[in-house]
Design a protein around this ligand. Structure first.
Ligand SMILES: [Fe+2]
Ligand SMILES: [Fe+2]
Length: 308
């Protein structure tokens, strides 16, 4: 599909100049602050089974009767498995994003900074997914595979080849992850390995957000009202499905709990709802300001616990 964001005329020239300026800034920042997680992270350090990987109040079952049934070590393990599951969802999303970025480059001229930065971001995401997979293996969590439902959604996204949705989805997932990981970095009581991974990811993802936001703004400004209406619903669906993917039911069976009962408890848990609302806030504010979340779709975001 041709790059529909490539406009013509004076305003278009100005937009392309802005796009190039932003790309130059991002390329400079990438040259200065990029990390090789294979050497930057101490993978050989022992993992303490009593360390939480996420703050306790961010674990899906915190404050429920099921939580009371677990001892401290089991709660810490549950937090580690929840983070491993979220990390597996991160790999799923990064692979879909990389595919979208490569297609974006394919539709553009690689002598532009804009296209060169897209490839730089792909290189970042390659390192992230490898780092995430290593983290999952280090925790003993059994798989980095997404659920069948997520795998199908990813294939549908690749088939539809909607670059604007790729950027919007990236903003949602990257802001959500950023908020979660910043909490992990601030909390010194958490597992050091999880915090090292979070630190590298937060630094590099800030650039990705800075790339996707103006690109989505440019594309949204050029979209027809009919397409905007469809896009609002499609993005709400994508956000809901992405967040549903972050806690695989196996995290509960690994804790010796009944997955169906635990999922019901998590769904009704106000602490877990608050976590999702807090982590979604920056993306939701951005989409609301742009007019992508409007009263027409507010209920959908609320039902997914991404809006209060
Ligand atoms: Fe990433
Ligand atoms: Fe990213």
């Amino acid at each position: 599909m041709p790059d529909t964001a490539a406009p013509t005329g004076t305003l278009a020239q100005q937009r392309n100049a802005d796009r190039e300026l932003n790309a130059a800034r991002l390329l400079r920042a990438s040259a200065k602050h990029s990390f090789d997680p294979l050497t930057e992270v101490d993978w050989a350090a022992p993992v303490d089974p009593d360390h939480y990987a996420l703050p306790a109040h961010r674990v899906t079952l915190y404050g429920t009767p099921l939580w009371d049934r677990l001892d401290e070590r089991q709660r810490a393990q549950l937090s580690v498995h929840q983070l491993a599951s979220t990390t597996a969802a991160g790999i799923w999303f990064e692979l879909v994003l990389m595919e979208g970025l490569v297609r974006h480059v394919y539709a553009n001229d690689l002598t532009t900074g804009h296209a060169q930065y897209a490839l730089t971001e792909v290189a970042d995401e390659c390192r992230h997914s490898t780092m995430f997979a290593r983290y999952i293996a280090a925790t003993g969590y059994p798989s980095a595979r997404p659920t069948r439902r997520a795998e199908r959604l990813g294939r549908l996204h690749m088939f539809l080849n909607d670059t604007t949705m790729t950027f919007a989805g990236a903003i949602f997932v990257e802001e959500f992850t950023d908020a979660m990981q910043r909490e992990m970095i601030r909390d010194e009581s958490l597992q050091p390995l999880a915090r090292s991974v979070a630190r590298i990811h937060v630094v590099e993802e800030a650039r990705h957000i800075g790339y996707a936001k103006p690109e989505l703004e440019r594309r949204w400004a050029r979209m027809t009202p009919a397409r905007r209406a469809l896009f609002r619903h499609a993005l709400a669906h994508l956000a809901r499905q992405s967040v549903a993917e972050i806690v695989h039911p196996r995290v509960y069976s690994l804790a010796g709990l009944d997955p169906a009962e635990a999922r019901r408890a998590a769904a009704a848990n106000p602490h877990w709802k608050q976590a999702r609302v807090d982590w979604s806030r920056k993306a939701v504010d951005f989409f609301s300001d742009l007019g992508i979340i409007t009263p027409a779709t507010t209920r959908r975001w609320q039902r997914a616990s991404l809006l209060p």
